[in-house]
Design a protein. Structure first.
Length: 299
């Protein structure tokens, strides 16, 4: 890495869209990245379980401040399920039990049932999840055999379709918002069909504009070559309106002051300096001006 590359990365950081392999936790992937990027820290935008593979966006250095904006992006998945089976984890990571005399839905019944899950729905998260119950991850309590009661919460399903079906195997394509559990979606779909299901595989094919085809294999990252895969922090805020600030406005924002801009209306905007570098995320102030919600270091 050249001194200029090192300086730019340490000041603003960046993003690397990775193709996470199965068998690793998202945290283990981040640990691998951090060993290469030291002293820069890293974090991921959207957990994938060890069973799952696919797009995992890793934010590096100051760009970790933008993780929530990547997490908000729509996600696309391909999930495989076995009907007529159930497990406490809702996937094949737990003990799978085959139901005796299980109902065998037809393709037509299945395609009709999936339509009921499009839109804003209430979903009960799986007991074996990282969601906290009184400060403790639910999966730890579940592993101890303790009762886990997670309340249903709203999630957004933009699209769900049957990719293929030959009983007992069902493959679904899903486009959804943040917080959706695909294994729980399979569970609820199966219940609507009068049976049960376990997820056997999951592949995240896209997060926003980050797609699987352009994601990097983890083993391609090296100490000397990882910087070639780093993308601009602006990729994290592609979903926000953008404005370019004058030098005076940049200075005011850097000093914690507000600015007056009447040329945009939004809950949040990405503010760029005259060179096109991200200054920060702004939000409306009570007086109708704009104030900083999240600052980025000076490039």
């Amino acid at each position: 890495m050249s001194p200029i590359e090192s300086l730019n990365l340490s000041r603003q950081g960046g993003l690397i869209p990775l193709n996470k392999p199965t068998g690793m936790t998202s945290r283990q992937v981040v640990n691998c990245v951090e060993r290469l990027t030291r002293p820069l820290k890293a974090g991921h935008a959207g957990t994938l379980d060890p069973l799952a593979s696919g797009v995992l966006v890793v934010c590096i250095g100051p760009a970790t401040r933008l993780i929530e904006y990547v997490q908000r992006m729509r996600k696309q998945y391909v999930g495989a399920f076995l009907l007529g089976r159930q497990s406490p984890t809702e996937d094949i990571e737990g003990e799978v039990v085959e139901l005796p005399d299980a109902t065998q839905p037809t393709l037509e019944q299945t395609e009709t049932a999936v339509r009921h899950f499009v839109g804003r729905i209430l979903q009960r998260p799986p007991a074996f999840s990282a969601l906290k119950i009184q400060g403790r991850p639910a999966y730890r309590l579940a592993r101890q055999g303790r009762p886990v009661e997670l309340q249903p919460r709203p999630v957004e399903i933009h699209r769900i379709a049957v990719q293929s079906y030959q009983y007992p195997e069902l493959i679904l394509e899903v486009e959804c918002g943040a917080g959706t559990y695909i294994r729980s979606l399979g569970r609820d779909l199966a219940e609507r069909l009068g049976t049960a299901a376990v997820m056997t595989a999951l592949r995240r094919t896209a997060i926003g504009q980050f797609c699987i085809e352009s994601s990097i294999e983890l083993d391609k990252l090296t100490v000397d070559g990882w910087t070639r895969y780093v993308e601009s922090p602006l990729r994290a805020v592609e979903g926000l309106p953008q404005i370019q600030l004058t030098s005076d406005e940049v200075a005011r924002i850097r000093n914690g002051q507000t600015i007056a801009r009447r040329d945009v209306e939004a809950a949040e905007i990405a503010a760029l300096d005259p060179d096109g570098q991200l200054v920060g995320i702004l939000e409306p102030a009570p007086d109708g001006r704009w104030r900083t919600r999240r600052n980025m270091p000076t490039p």
